[in-house]
Design a protein around this ligand. Structure first.
Ligand code: OGA
Ligand code: MN
Length: 207
């Protein structure tokens, strides 16, 4: 018993394989979404977020990215157990239908304060290349055009703009899709992560 049918997974994975990215609206069930929103509010209230850094040397470069993150831990963050199970199912389906060898994941909550952005980049670093699939779910309850903070995706033949709408998931190939977060005028929330080729700890040690 999975979260989604084989047909549904196949449709998403086909789109990902063909266009290098896929947008999935209403990704979480209502229950899972409200658990995640509650968790996000709680961690923000506890002031658990840290200024995000870049690359394995963990430099903080505000001119490149302005978000604050809170890394999840599946052992500690038991309130998110269903979410971790859904990610495990995603990995199983991608391995089966996309012939990937994914074996782990890493996710963080991300908060972009007003007037921040993340300049054009790839999610694989030269020093560390085990991020295969980038996986973002937006948590902005009443985003409207003009709020900014859209995801801009660079393709061979142009660019696409994705609005960071509540419960919208975006998956893309980490090595192949340059992207950026446009200037946001309002606080911008997401759950962002990567499906990994090697276990996280190995990636870290080898990096
Ligand atoms: C990232 C990133 C995009 C987004 O965290 O690496 O590119 O839309 N995020 O939040
Ligand atoms: Mn990125």
């Amino acid at each position: 018993m999975g979260f989604y049918t084989e047909e549904q997974w196949l449709q998403w994975i086909d789109a990902l394989a063909e266009q290098d990215y896929v947008v999935i609206d209403s990704f979480f069930s209502e229950d899972m979404l409200s658990e995640i929103l509650d968790f996000f509010v709680q961690k923000r209230a506890e002031d658990d977020f840290e200024k995000a850094s870049i690359g394995v040397q963990a430099q903080v470069i505000s001119e490149i990215r302005g978000d604050y993150t809170f890394w999840l831990d599946r052992q500690r963050d038991t309130a998110l157990k269903p979410f971790f199970e859904l990610i495990t199912e995603s990995i199983e389906k991608l391995n089966r239908y996309c012939y990937l060898s994914l074996s782990d994941y890493e996710f963080h909550l991300a908060y972009y304060p007003p007037k921040t952005y993340y300049k054009k980049h790839l999610d694989q670093f030269r020093e560390r290349s085990n991020r295969m699939i980038s996986f973002i779910i937006y948590l902005n309850e009443d985003w409207t055009p003009g709020d900014g903070g859209e995801l801009k995706i660079y393709k061979k033949d142009g660019e696409d703009i994705v609005a960071p709408l509540l419960n919208r998931a975006v998956l893309f190939k980490s090595a192949d899709v340059p992207h950026e977060v446009l200037l946001t005028h309002k606080g911008r929330a997401s759950l962002t992560g990567w499906l990994l080729y090697q276990p996280q700890v190995l990636g870290g040690i080898l990096a």
